[in-house]
Design a binder for this molecule. Sequence first.
Ligand SMILES: [Fe+2]
Ligand SMILES: [Fe+2]
Length: 172
Amino acid sequence: MLTKEMVKKLNDQINAEYYSANLYMQMSAWCDDQNFQSFAKFLRDHAGEEREHMERLFDYVLDCGSLALIGQISAPTSQFKSLLELFKAAYAHEIEITKQINGLVDYALTHKDYATFNFLQWFVSEQHEEEKLFKTLVDKLELVGENKRDLFFMDKDLNRTLSESGLLTSED
Ligand SMILES: [Fe+2]
Ligand SMILES: [Fe+2]
């Protein structure tokens, strides 16, 4: 049984995860448009993961006998000056989501909602991984610099970069 306030907070997080999915879809379109095909695929796959996060919260609210609500979702940013700027924005977004998750965890604990506190632990670990993932990509892009040819090869080599850093979760 969730309190009204907790339902509201979880529904807000459903909205935030949905926004994340849309943001990464939009970023994927930007990469595709700039011919960074591997980055485009990476971001598109990541958008799918964000939708799964949304559904995880959605199902939890329903399982607790409350009404999951999808609110209005604002349009994501679509213009970026460079691939580095795009990934800096993605990394900053993940840090923001971590703050939101931490706020939820804190609320659950101080209000003795131990079931929700326990449910949220998965998100705590997930945010740790996501921050690591986007930070790694920002660092690599900073190393590569603005040279188009180098960026072209980084795009071609993206899967190897990710697997060497232990960040590739799927087979693709
Ligand atoms: Fe997420
Ligand atoms: Fe995320």
